[in-house]
Ligand binder design. Structure first.
Ligand SMILES: O=C1C[C@@](O)(C(=O)O)C[C@@H](O)[C@@H]1O
Length: 156
């Protein structure tokens, strides 16, 4: 049976035009989605790709991830530094995945540690299997999918 991957995109990511100034020209979420679907297809992974600006919806997706999916890739976007996000809610769902040894990768289009980028901090989880890819534009997602695929194939 095909492994199931959920890719969640957080608030603001429906419009990627502000990435032009970081050299990721003309990037759109549709292009990112297309690339992800192609990569998953070539690796034999089934994928759901979603975006939300709403915290409640995001936590529903996270709950779904740990119950119904084998792996999660998440771009938390503004939530990685927003004071409004409940960090326990976020961390507990991520850890629910990690506790089941399901790979989780946080991705960012931009390098969030780059000078001039607002201060962000990556997911903090106590379990292993949580990775991080940042700064490679559309390729951040591609790299994350390939890493997830490796981890999933080592498990089976
Ligand atoms: O919304 C975003 C996008 C982002 O997550 C990225 O993909 O590069 C980086 C964050 O700093 C920013 O708040």
């Amino acid at each position: 049976m095909k492994k199931k991957l959920l890719i969640i995109n957080g608030p603001g990511l429906s419009d990627l035009s502000n990435f032009n100034e970081f050299g990721h020209d003309n990037l759109t979420l549709e292009k990112v989605q297309k690339k992800c679907l192609e990569t998953c297809d070539s690796l034999g992974i089934s994928v759901d790709f979603c975006q939300t600006d709403d915290q409640a919806e995001l936590s529903n997706y996270l709950l779904k991830a740990s119950k119904e999916f084998d792996a999660l890739i998440i771009n938390p976007a503004a939530y990685s530094n927003a004071a409004s996000l409940d960090p326990d809610l976020y961390a507990s769902n991520i850890e629910a995945m990690a506790n089941q040894k399901k790979p989780v990768i946080e991705v960012h289009i931009a390098n969030i540690f780059q000078k001039g980028v607002n201060i962000n901090s990556p997911i903090k989880a106590s379990e292993g299997n949580v990775g991080f890819v940042s700064g490679f534009g559309i390729h951040s997602y591609d790299l994350a999918i390939r890493a997830v695929n490796k981890q999933l194939s080592q498990k089976s």
